[in-house]
Design a protein around this ligand. Structure first.
Ligand code: 13P
Length: 337
């Protein structure tokens, strides 16, 4: 007998494949209002709804973006927001050939009983929220939880992260949204790359165990892993080739080929670093579509170019296309700096 309702299966598989299509990746613009405020503050803008709208409008209405970007993850405010001339942001994306997505977790809070680690909230009431997001036009979702290497990670924190992701994934699939499964292994720390590999393997092993326990359809999910790199404060740095070797080793050991797409986060890497690392991973064929779901590594130069000035709008859109195209080439393994 069926252990899960197959209602949306065909659509989930189709959505996931569309997002994981050759030469394309995800633009993450789902910063919470607080985080978006930090980005706006970096160019001297106040954190209010009008400024957030102006910034998201710039990103969602860049002509030609859909050639390189297959999906955009929004924060709830943007999903229900319109441009200054009254067009829904969702419609701008769809017309540009970009699948609208929505961040559905409610953020991180301290995990009692752990080594000052955190857990991710948002499961209560999630099914009714995801059903409403689907109605509003979203077709995929994101849930980001984190694991800290310097703070452990404790078994408790890893188990909680994996279980939460699996419950979220099952609920999304039940309501027609492709879940992006994102246990971010934070870059912070002075540990070497071997320690990152060890932790990432442990995390993904638990995540797939619980995805199975929750009857999640693997063909209808996307992953958003951190690349396997040395800790940010580790004196020994790794080349893109080393990052690719370690990251692919981890993925081959832990991720079934049924998963259609691996969409990496940039996690504080520079724009060029994130592109070079992705390009290195695509120098030989992989069982999955190996691509990007970058926020900072797609937005840093856009923000610096825009500075909140209407006269810089066109130049800022061009800056977005430059990064999007570079990462598109990296997805195909054809980027050169
Ligand atoms: P970064 O690429 O800036 O790490 O952000 C991606 C993201 O959405 C993290 O959840």
């Amino acid at each position: 007998f069926a252990v899960r309702a197959a209602g949306y299966d065909e659509e989930l598989i189709k959505t996931a494949r569309t997002i994981a299509s050759p030469g394309r990746g995800i633009l993450a613009i789902d910063e919470s209002n607080a985080t978006c405020g930090k980005r706006l503050a970096s160019i001297g803008l106040e954190n209010n709804e009008v400024n957030r709208q102006a910034y998201r409008q710039l990103l969602c209405t860049t002509p030609g973006l859909g050639e390189y970007i297959s999906g955009a993850i929004m924060f709830e405010e943007t999903l229900y927001q319109s441009t200054s001339d009254g067009k829904k942001m969702v419609d701008c994306l769809v017309e540009g050939g970009i699948v609208p997505g929505i961040k559905v977790d409610k953020g991180l809070v301290p995990l009692a009983g752990s080594n000052e680690e955190s857990w991710c909230q948002g499961l209560d009431g999630l099914a009714s929220r995801t059903a409403a997001y689907y109605k509003q036009g979203a077709r995929f979702a994101k849930w980001r939880t984190v694991v800290s290497i310097p703070n452990g990670p404790s078994d408790l924190a890893v188990t909680e992260a994996a279980w939460g992701l699996a419950r979220y994934a099952a609920i999304c699939q039940d309501t027609g949204l492709v879940p992006i499964v994102e246990p971010e292994v934070l870059l912070d720390g002075s540990h070497g790359i071997d320690r990152t590999l060890e932790v990432a393997e442990k995390v993904w092993s638990k995540v797939f165990y619980y995805l199975g326990e929750n009857n999640v359809l693997l063909e209808g999910i996307l992953l958003k892993p951190s690349m396997v790199t040395p800790g940010a404060e580790c004196p020994e740095r790794a080349t893109p080739e080393q990052v690719a070797e370690y990251t692919l080793k981890m993925l081959r050991r832990r991720v079934p080929p049924a998963v259609p797409g691996i969409m990496f986060l940039s996690g504080g890497q520079s724009e060029v670093e994130a592109t070079l690392n992705l390009n290195a991973m695509n120098q030989s064929p992989n069982p999955w579509h190996v691509s990007f779901s970058y926020a900072r590594a797609l937005q840093n130069s856009v923000l610096k170019t825009w500075k909140g000035q209407p006269e810089n709008l066109e130049a800022a859109k061009k800056a977005l296309l430059v990064r999007a195209k570079a990462n598109s080439l990296a997805q195909l393994g054809k980027y050169s700096a």
